[in-house]
Design a protein around this ligand. Structure first.
Ligand SMILES: Cc1cc2nc3c(=O)[nH]c(=O)nc-3n(C[C@H](O)[C@H](O)[C@H](O)COP(=O)(O)OP(=O)(O)OC[C@H]3O[C@@H](n4cnc5c(N)ncnc54)[C@H](O)[C@@H]3O)c2cc1C
Length: 400
């Protein structure tokens, strides 16, 4: 029923719904979403009042109270997860009047989850959308301007930098990138139905729901080993399913896994199909990718995919459609105009939170391949804002 409601509202991603059964529930509404999820409430409750109340012919989401083309912003923040909102809060309080280009799916990954129990400051669990709403309000209270669109490209070869949202262009002395990363899903048969109904991409977030249950971890790198070891705190049995017999993980992690009596290895196996009962995950059909042996059924209540994350950096590769016009003080930048990424596409910090492009900072999951938590993203958002403010003060001769 609810699924139908969501479909009819064209919500493009699945959502978590409650934890009463001990299993987080997503309602999946889009195939191949790549894991970006939206809570059912997102569509209304998180929509800012400015967006809800506005009317008129132009897109309400593009309405900004004070921006005009040609204004040069002290900073433009791209992305509105915990990292972006925290960077906005700090830069706004530093009187930098930030413009946040929040993204079409604003609010970030926590929009997709029901209860968050590990964000400091909330004695009771808080729903992901409510937490993000609090962060947004706090950032707006100090003057952050919001725009609910995706950045399509940036031109970092000149100062001020140019940030494009389709045909609209904004100018900025500095930029803070906070666009997050999305988990890579397997794409196995039946996966869309069990996302959030047993299949998860975050053991730290969801592991505690599997007390005394049998779970599966898919992957062969350090993340998979870490997730498996963490899950032994709750699960009665953890099976690592890996498509080869060689591991990318470090030897020490592999040894720890092998020494743990709760962890079992299923090598040369891939998940062909997720099996469910009453809508919740009940098992995984495994096959040998070498084409040998029959398919086997591995019963499990939970499954954790640890096969990587994809940082959201596409806009950094797009060629800006900038016409070359712009503010009079525009000049060629002397530093690199390319934000350096690592081999998996994560933004690389060069000096504190500054990227390879002077004046461009990055924070949160788009940088972080290790912690990937809301509080670590928020913490890095604070760092990026302080670094940005100090850099700008020095650039403009005022000192920090
Ligand atoms: C289902 C789920 C449950 C989780 N539960 C927990 C939990 O309980 N506790 C916890 O600490 N962590 C949890 N996490 C992890 C946590 O959500 C992330 O670590 C955190 O949200 C990362 O914050 P971020 O600001 O770096 O990025 P994100 O939250 O990913 O936000 C990035 C934002 O940038 C926007 N964006 C992307 N591209 C563009 C663009 N081109 N232009 C403009 N905007 C753009 C996106 O739309 C998004 O709004 C969970 C994650 C998931 C997926």
């Amino acid at each position: 029923m609810l699924r139908q409601m969501l479909l009819s509202r064209r919500v493009t991603a699945p959502s978590f719904l409650g934890k009463k059964t001990g299993v987080r529930r997503y309602v999946n509404t889009a195939a191949g979403s790549g894991g970006r999820r939206q809570n059912q409430r997102t569509a209304t409750s998180v929509l800012p009042t400015t967006q809800r109340k506005s009317s008129g012919s132009s897109s309400p989401a593009l309405m900004l109270s004070t921006s005009a083309a040609g204004d040069v912003r002290d900073t433009v923040i791209i992305g509105s997860g915990p990292a972006g909102y925290t960077a906005a809060l700090y830069t706004a309080r530093a009187q930098m009047k930030p413009l946040m280009i929040a993204g079409f799916q604003h609010g970030g990954q926590l929009q997709l989850t029901s209860d968050v129990e590990n964000f400091p400051g909330y004695a009771e669990a808080v729903s992901g959308p409510d937490l993000m709403e609090d962060l947004r309000k706090q950032a707006e209270r100090f003057g952050t301007e919001m725009m609910y669109r995706d950045v399509t490209s940036v031109d970092l070869s000149r100062r001020p930098f140019r940030v494009s949202v389709r045909k609209r262009e904004f100018f900025a002395k500095s930029i803070i990138i906070a666009t997050g990363a999305e988990a890579i899903w397997l794409g196995a048969e039946g996966e869309e139905q069990v996302k959030g109904r047993g299949v998860s991409t975050c053991a730290t977030c969801d592991g505690a729901f599997y007390e005394g249950k049998e779970v599966v971890v898919v992957g062969g790198g350090d993340s998979a080993m870490e997730e498996a070891l963490f899950l032994t705190k709750f699960a009665s049995k953890v099976t690592i399913v890996h498509r080869r017999d060689g591991f990318r993980s470090s030897r020490i992690m592999l040894e720890r896994v092998k020494d743990n009596p709760k962890i079992h290895l299923k090598l040369h196996r891939t998940v062909k199909k997720w099996v469910s009962e009453g809508g919740d995950l009940s098992g995984a059909e495994l096959e040998d990718p070498r084409g040998q042996d029959a398919v086997e059924l591995l019963p499990c209540s939970g499954a954790f995919l640890a096969i990587g994350h994809k940082p959201m950096t596409k806009f950094l590769h797009s060629i800006s459609s900038s016409s070359g016009g712009g503010p009079a003080e525009a000049k060629e930048s002397s530093s690199s105009s390319v934000v350096e990424l690592d081999e998996d596409g994560f933004v690389v910090h060069k000096q504190h939170t500054m990227t390879s492009v002077e004046g461009v900072f990055a924070c949160g999951d788009v940088v972080d391949r290790r912690y990937r938590q809301a509080i670590s993203a928020a913490g890095m958002g604070c760092q990026a804002a302080i670094d940005c403010e100090r850099w700008l003060a020095e650039e403009e001769g005022g000192g920090a």
